[in-house]
Design a protein around this ligand. Structure first.
Ligand code: IPE
Ligand code: IPE
Ligand code: MG
Length: 247
């Protein structure tokens, strides 16, 4: 396996990406926003492929936020059509390369045709083990937390849990990412210094990497740069530098 100068033992277990900048990429080229989104799917493919080849266990991709439903109708429709054809095209590759697909977010809001192919891919790939790709679709970090609170409150009401049993691990288990470990690295393309309602509960100690590169231009080389930078970071989790160095 070509590790591109990366230390295998220090690779992130879970990488999350806010794939932003398709619209600006298109505008710079005098193209439609949808062409930017289309070009973005090539970067998705490359990112999944490299993650898998490196042995990264989980890759979460923020593809469509709850707030993105407020975009112009044509853009939303175009994005949904693109998503559907992407999922159809990728099915064979996912099976061939051992990619397991999962989805988080309010799937009920997705068009039926998208939901159908999404569910098919999720079901078909459920036993694949090379990597788990988590697509965040119609996702909102706050909504994830609200649903978690509701779910736990209902269980307390029904007597399944007592209040003292509610701790961090129980809350985490009820979020949409359930048993998936928190992201080690969160990448955002297009230079925006914000989370835009992506993972909120899940990123207390996640390393943030923000690059000005627009998503369609995010290449494997740039992904490797982000991973190299991640490996240069010292994750302290509140401890001192000395404590970390002593191990
Ligand atoms: C990210 O690119 C894709 C989605 C949010 C669906 P944008 O469409 O947000 O691109 P910019 O931010 O306008 O450049
Ligand atoms: C975040 O990008 C959502 C996705 C990449 C899917 P946006 O383009 O929607 O974020 P804002 O509006 O600039 O914060
Ligand atoms: Mg954007």
């Amino acid at each position: 396996m070509n590790l591109h100068g990366l230390e295998k033992s220090r690779l992130p277990t879970h990488v999350a990406i806010i794939m932003d900048g398709n619209g600006r990429w298109a505008r710079l080229r005098g193209k439609s926003r949808l062409e930017g989104h289309r070009e973005g799917t090539a970067a998705v493919r490359a990112t999944v492929e490299l993650s898998r080849d490196l042995g990264i266990r989980y890759l979460s991709l923020y593809a469509f936020s709850s707030e993105n439903w407020n975009r112009p109708h044509d853009e939303v429709e175009g994005l949904m059509a693109l998503l559907e054809s992407y999922l159809e095209c990728e099915r064979e590759r996912m099976m061939r390369e051992g990619i397991r697909l999962m989805a988080i977010g309010d799937r009920k809001r997705l068009p039926v045709s998208v939901r159908r192919v999404l569910d098919q891919n999720i079901d078909l790939t459920r036993h694949n083990t090379a990597i788990t790709v988590i697509l965040a679709l119609s996702y909102s970090g706050r909504d994830d937390i609200v649903r978690t609170v509701r779910d736990i409150a209902r269980k307390v009401k029904e007597g399944e849990y007592d209040l003292p049993e509610i701790d961090e691990s129980l809350v985490a288990a009820h979020t949409e990412t359930g048993c998936i470990p928190d992201p080690d690295l969160l990448i955002r393309t297009s230079g925006e210094m914000r989370i835009s309602n992506f993972f909120l509960w899940q990123i207390p100690y996640t390393e943030l990497y923000i690059t000005p590169t627009l998503w369609p231009d995010f290449s494997k080389r740039q992904y490797i740069e982000a991973l190299l930078e991640f490996q240069r970071r010292q994750r302290r989790f509140g401890k001192t530098d000395e404590q970390i160095l002593r191990g």
